[in-house]
Design a protein around this ligand. Structure first.
Ligand SMILES: Nc1ncnc2c1ncn2[C@@H]1O[C@H](COP(=O)(O)OP(=O)(O)OP(=O)(O)O)[C@@H](O)[C@H]1O
Ligand SMILES: [Mg+2]
Length: 323
């Protein structure tokens, strides 16, 4: 089955991710796939949480932190600015504390706490996670292409859904137990507890959102996760290990795409021994890829004559990948 066929035969798969080690071509494939889908008449959002702003680089447009920016008809790109999301988060927490406790001003200790908490890496992760959930849950597009950061990290984001869920389950349960207890005390005192438990409501809201997004992530009918691999020994080994981990998080793997394949027709040309040797090595590694990943290998993408940046190159690559 080809890459194009996996799209044509699985029309309900609207969440697309390219994963893999650093620098193998995730952003390149995300952009080319987004371009092709947009050409087919689908409304597409390609987005990332990468502080390196690599979508800005590939589209040659400054889109960082600017929301969804239209690139061509049907094609939108978005780079989430985690810092500004953290600021918004802090503001929200401040507002909630003010509302909930009827303060006019945030007490200094609490302000210090908010500041300290936002310096935690977990705060950044959760701000990013929240932004991604926001985008996905809204449902404004036919296709969502999540341009992932390198493997280890991507796995972390994906596992966040599970960790969050677990955490919120526990807190929700605790709150429910506490409320039961409070109600009992109130009954004994013959007082009525009519006040809504704001925190519990809040937690249940978050939980629903996370359930919704994690069910999307792990639903093989809705989500396609492609591994990008190149024909090199270490990359093949690492990819195999990573695939096992992803399977543990129930992320459905839709296939492997081999990038940077030297054109085979080179070998019939008069080429220097250096290149001959590279070709020989590559053909061995391509065989290794096929051996390990078998019929899950759904595409080979050639090494282009130059870097893939700008719409012209993206279009050219899309033509090769999906033509
Ligand atoms: N088939 C190809 N032919 C030529 N250049 C390519 C090809 N695929 C990727 N590149 C180039 O390789 C570089 C890395 O690609 P890309 O940014 O897509 O990788 P990535 O997996 O997104 O990296 P990161 O892990 O840093 O996000 C880019 O300069 C890109 O233009
Ligand atoms: Mg990238």
């Amino acid at each position: 089955m080809s890459l194009k066929q996996t799209f044509e035969r699985n029309k309900d798969r609207r969440y697309i991710m390219f994963g893999g080690k650093g620098g193998l071509g995730k952003t390149t494939f995300s952009a080319a796939t987004a371009f092709w889908l947009a050409q087919q008449g689908h409304k597409v959002l390609v987005f990332s949480v990468d502080p390196q702003a690599s979508l800005s680089d590939i589209f040659q447009r400054d889109i960082f932190g600017k929301g969804a920016v239209k690139i061509i008809d049907n094609l939108y790109a978005q780079e989430i600015d985690a810092d500004s999301h953290i600021k918004a988060y802090q503001e929200e927490i401040r507002k909630k504390i003010l509302d909930m406790y009827g303060f006019d001003e945030i007490p200094e200790e609490i302000e210090n706490y908010i500041q300290a908490a936002s310096a935690e890496p977990a705060m950044e992760e959760s701000a990013i996670f929240d932004a991604v959930v926001d985008i996905v849950v809204k449902g404004d597009y036919d296709y969502y292409i999540y341009d992932l950061v390198p493997l280890g990290h991507a796995l972390y984001y994906l596992s966040m859904a599970k960790v969050y869920d677990e955490w919120i389950n526990r807190i929700t349960k605790l709150r429910e137990e506490m409320r039961e207890h409070e109600e009992m005390v109130a009954r004994i005192k013959r007082e009525k507890v009519t006040e809504e438990d704001q925190i519990l409501g809040e937690l249940q809201y978050i939980k629903n959102r996370i359930n919704q997004s994690s069910s999307i992530l792990t639903d093989k009918d809705k989500t396609a996760f492609f591994f990008v691999v190149v024909p090199e020994e270490m990359i093949i080994i690492d990819t195999e290990k990573a695939a096992e981990l992803f399977a543990k998080f129930d992320v459905p793997i839709a296939g492997y795409i081999v990038n940077r394949v030297l054109p085979a027709e080179l070998s019939s040309q008069d080429i220097p021994p250096y290149l001959q040797n590279r070709l020989k090595m590559q053909s061995h590694h391509l065989g290794e890829v096929d051996k390990r990943f078998g019929n899950q290998v759904i595409g080979r993408v050639p090494e282009m004559e130059r870097d893939v940046t700008g719409l012209q190159m993206i279009e050219k690559l899309a033509g090769i990948m999906y033509g």
